[in-house]
Structure formats: C-alpha cells, structure tokens
Design a protein around this ligand. Sequence first.
Ligand SMILES: Cc1cc2nc3c(=O)[nH]c(=O)nc-3n(C[C@H](O)[C@H](O)[C@H](O)COP(=O)(O)OP(=O)(O)OC[C@H]3O[C@@H](n4cnc5c(N)ncnc54)[C@H](O)[C@@H]3O)c2cc1C
Length: 379
Amino acid sequence: MHFEFSEEQLMIRQAARDFAQTELKPGVIERDEHQKFPAEQVKKMGELGFLGMMVPTEYGGSGMDAISYVLVMEELSKIDASASVVVSVNNSLVCYGLEKYGSEEQKQKYLVPLASGQKIGAFCLSEPEAGSDATSQHTTAVDMGDHYLLNGTKNWITNGGTASTYLVIAQTDPSKKHHGINALIVEKGMPGFTVGPKENKLGIRGSDTHSLMFTDVKVPKENRIGEDGFGFKFAMKTLEGGRIGIAAQALGIASGAYELALEYSKQRKAFGKTISDLQAIQFKLADMATQIEAARLLCLKAAWLKDHDQPYAQASSMAKLYASEVAMRTTIEAVQIHGGYGFVKEYHVERLMRDAKITQIYEGTSEIQRIVISREVLK
Ligand SMILES: Cc1cc2nc3c(=O)[nH]c(=O)nc-3n(C[C@H](O)[C@H](O)[C@H](O)COP(=O)(O)OP(=O)(O)OC[C@H]3O[C@@H](n4cnc5c(N)ncnc54)[C@H](O)[C@@H]3O)c2cc1C
C-alpha cells in the first residue's frame, strides 16, 4: 500500500484546481442566485476531457482512472457543485453505463459525443412516486415488436433541459417485477418527449433539474441497453459508481468550506487576537480536517477498488454516506466560524452549506446507503 499519487494524477488535479479558480469561481455567486446553468464552463470542461474521464480514448474519453476522477470532482466541487454534478452524472451515470453495457453501435452513436463533451447526458430513474423504492417504476415501455412505446413521467432529472441523450428506466413487463424493467436510450426531440420547467432549489441552483414527460414516444429496439429485463440491474450497477462521484462532490464541498474557514480564522480578530488563537475555533478546525481526511480516504479506497475491478458497492456507499455527512457538518461549522459574514453570499460558505444537503439525498439517501452497507456487512 502506498499513499502517493502518480504524476498524471497530480497533473489532472492541478488542472482541475486551476480551472475551478479561473473559470468556475468568477460568476459562481450570480449563477447560484439566478439559477443559471454553467453552460460555457461545461463546454470548457468537455474540452479538458472532464466529461468522459474514465472512457477509453477510442470512444472519445480521456482514458483516466477513477482516482483521477475523485481528484477532479473534489477540486471542482470546492468551488461550484452545480458544475461538478454535471461532471458526475455525465461520467458515472451516463458514460460508464454506455461503455460497460452498451452495444458497439450504441457506443459509436451515443458514447463518443458524450465522452468527448460535445453532448451531455441524463440518467432518468426517479419518478413522482418512485425515489428510494426504484423498483416501483410507473413509466412503461411496451414492447411493440421493432420499438418500445414509452409513457410516463420522470422527476428531478439532473441535466434535464440541457442533455441530448437520456438513459430512461421503464417497466416493460410488470408481472416480472424488477426483472421486467428496461433501460432505453432516448434522444431529445423524439416526438412525444417534453421537458417540464426547471426546479427552484435550495442548493446546486445552477444545476439544471427538470421533470420529463413521455407520451407515446417510439424508442427503437436497438436503443435498449443489454438484454430484455436488464434495466433495473443496469441502474443499480451504474449507481454504485455514481456514488463515488457524489462522495467526491461532498468531499469537495467540505474541503472548500474548510479552506475558507481556515483562512478566515487567521484574519478575523476578536478580543485582541485572531479567532484562530481561540481553542474553540482550533477544535472546530481540527475536527473538520480529521473528518475530511477520513472522507477522502473512503472516496479513494472506493475508486481504487473500481480501478482494480474489485467489488466496490459497499465502499462507494460508505464513501457517499460518510462524505455527505461530513459535508453537512463541515459547512455548518464553516458558516459558524465566519459569524455574521458566513450568513451572506459574498463569503461563499452559505452556498456550500446549501449545496451540501443534496449529497445526502440524491443517488440514494443516507438511509438507503445504510441499507446497502448493512446488507453487505450481514451477508
Ligand atoms: C436536485 C436533485 C437532483 C436529482 N437528480 C436525479 C437524476 O439525475 N436522476 C434520477 O433518477 N433522480 C434524481 N434525483 C432524485 C433522487 O435520487 C431522489 O430524490 C432520492 O433517491 C430520494 O427519493 P425521493 O425524493 O422519492 O424520497 P423518498 O424515497 O420518498 O424518501 C423520503 C424519505 O424516506 C426515507 N426512506 C425511504 N425509504 C426508506 C427505507 N426503506 N428505509 C429508511 N428510510 C427510507 C428516505 O431516506 C427519505 O428520508 C434528484 C433529486 C434532486 C433533489
């Protein structure tokens, strides 16, 4: 075991750090305020290879490892979690699923533009009445011979308005329960597919979250991913990797808030000394630093297991559960260390606190992560 990054990993981390400072930081407060999607920034992240990081170069990706992906997600999320969730969804939920389970034709047609950042993808599992209980799909994909007829509504879809390619989970044969679910590739513009209004959210306000409506959408059979009935397994397998991305996003939100609080504590004076001289503040910083380091190691361990083709379901759930809770605790303390200044937008920590909350909810709530982990440990 060694705790050193490779030259390549350090270079990509530095590239992400520089990009976050120069391209994401300017305007991040305004984008949050006006719920503006970071379109230009996403385009540039595509050019830097951040949108298809783990996809082999022959399919338009950067051919990097999951460790590099964690490093990039942490750096981007320190500054702008609305931008980093685009990276997470496109990499882990869309590109990964297509690369691992898609046909060669699907890879050429859909994966290449997604991995090279020319197009953005969305992953559509949740519904108005199916969140944590993802087996209870009400969206139907009726087998019509050469195509599926898709009907239903998906909720809370990240990149919902900006994506071109949507991986949609739907029920084909209810008698087979979750074994009768399929995953279909749906293109924006297919007749009968409409995008609902953008959600007005507490956090990650720049991220583009929409409901999607499907009314008699004809999806060609060749757009089904894997065998008939593979859709639920596809979704669960894809989410295992997705959780590494969200864990790293939570880690970045926590470390971004911690770095701001650390700097602020060295400048702010009270009772004739800097507040970093007060043991109450020092202990907060010590707890933050310790928990962030533990979260980072969990993220890297999950990524390492994935890179080495070892089972990582438990590790990715542990990383997401812990890192998201650390993000919430750390951002609350970062606001506290800033005092009144922490409560206003200019100091960034209030936004990080609002952004942290979503990491405990999407891609499986903290309660669902505990179910996954307890199932694994009780096996
Ligand atoms: C901003 C945002 C972006 C999102 N992006 C996407 C996306 O791109 N694609 C997508 O498919 N979905 C997306 N989601 C949906 C997200 O994954 C769900 O909101 C999440 O899985 C929870 O589902 P729910 O909202 O229906 O809550 P529910 O499942 O109704 O849960 C409500 C509460 O009950 C708890 N609970 C439920 N079941 C259990 C249980 N068995 N044991 C203990 N507690 C339980 C939950 O933990 C939670 O606290 C997004 C959501 C948001 C808010």
